[in-house]
Design a binder for this molecule. Sequence first.
Ligand code: RB5
Length: 147
Amino acid sequence: MKIGIGSDHVGYGMKEEVKEYLKSLGHTVKDFGAHGTERTDYPIYGEAVARAVVAREVDCGVLICGTGVGISLVANKVTGIRAVVCSEPYSAQLSKQHNNTNILAFGARVVGIELAKMIVDAWLGAEFEGGRHQRRIDQIARIEGKE
Ligand code: RB5
């Protein structure tokens, strides 16, 4: 898969580690920054990865900030994005199976790298189940259309 990745300055170190992990699994990774630990703003990177996902420039995205909250909020402002912020693998798996999430976010101040890898594994390894869940996703899309 081609995976877009982004972080703010707080998530930068973990982004670098997750990037290498994704590559070791055989994925192609496009890095949208940040490119260092100098203070910056998470909306820049959340939006960049989200727009790349919607444009199908990448298949899905991974976003990291301090908590994962800010950067996932940003991503969810982009029409067509369903971003989940997770601190454990179960929600990551179910978010793909039931909500067909296309961006995974987590917090570098919340999870350690080994737990982050487990969350990534659970998310990438899960498949959307469709059926009744598609009906609910269609309802989300209709809400987006009213904005
Ligand atoms: C930056 O200090 C911090 O606010 C950011 O990384 C993130 O946690 C926001 O949700």
